[in-house]
Design a protein around this ligand. Structure first.
Ligand code: PRT
Ligand code: ZN
Length: 225
């Protein structure tokens, strides 16, 4: 349960944001052994505990007010926000800052040999994605009717497997698209890792630690610009 004398931060356990998140906390002056595989690790020199989980769980832990601070990709954050809003569930959080890692795009891509004219190409198509809520919002705003094929992995193989006409997925270098005979036709949004904070019941002590940490994090990022 909540301990009002220690700040809790949640980061990705292992994956693309994991190393950068751990490094950022350590470079900000936190003495902590984040190589330890425990769910929660305690900082030796600051009243802070760090919890390592799958990235998909991070927005919910913040929006439910269970954990104070989190580092997560804006893509995962936005998807959870739209999902919760559609179900009228708690979805409050404060975005404190964008960080300098985890940069990628969320794009629509189709098979390389398919003729593409404009966004209306996607009317009445089926799109494979791990981000059905972001996609629905984007297409609803454009009055485009589509069917989604929700996949949590291997999204890029859906068109060649005959599961979908196109995909809506994260793109970084574009190598995965190329390797699967796909081409990016629309960039829907850009994403970075960001630092988020719960929006309720934060006592003055925790607020002062957050401010201190934020100043240090900004210093670390500025120094590596
Ligand atoms: O296990 P867990 O659930 O925690 O991790 P995960 O497998 O869901 O996520 P992970 O570790 O792959 O990514 C974590 C976060 O990193 C994402 O939510 C993004 O915010 C960010 N990020 C940045 C990326 C990429 N770049 C990225 N390129 N996440 C995924 N990819 C994948 C993409 O899905 C596609 O399969 O990489 C492939 C494309 O890369 P390129 O370079 O070939 O274009
Ligand atoms: Zn995930």
């Amino acid at each position: 349960m909540q301990n009002n004398n220690r700040l809790r931060i949640v980061i990705q356990k292992s994956g693309r944001l994991s190393t950068d998140s751990k490094q950022l906390l350590i470079q900000s002056g936190m003495k902590i052994d984040l190589e330890d595989k425990r769910l929660i690790t305690f900082s030796e020199n600051m009243p802070i505990d760090v919890m390592c989980v799958r990235d998909d769980d991070i927005p919910g832990l913040i929006m439910d007010g269970i954990i104070d601070l989190g580092i997560v990709g804006e893509n995962v954050l936005k998807e959870e926000l739209l999902k919760r809003q559609s179900k009228l569930e708690d979805s409050n959080y404060i975005k404190l800052m964008r960080l300098d890692f985890g940069h990628c795009k969320l794009s629509l891509s189709i098979p390389i040999n398919t003729n593409y004219f404009d966004i209306n190409f996607f009317n009445h198509t089926r799109i494979a994605t791990s981000y059905p809520y972001i996609l629905k919002k984007y297409f609803d705003d454009k009055n485009i009717i589509f069917k989604s094929c929700s996949l949590n992995g291997s999204v890029e193989v859906a068109p060649s497997a005959g599961l979908a006409d196109g995909i809506f997925d994260l793109v970084s270098t574009g190598a995965t698209l190329k390797a699967n005979g796909l081409r990016e036709v629309e960039v829907i949004c850009y994403s970075y890792a960001c630092l988020i904070c719960k929006s309720n019941n934060m006592n003055l002590f925790k607020k002062s630690i957050i401010n201190k940490l934020l100043t240090r994090i900004k210093g670390v990022i500025k120094a590596r610009e």
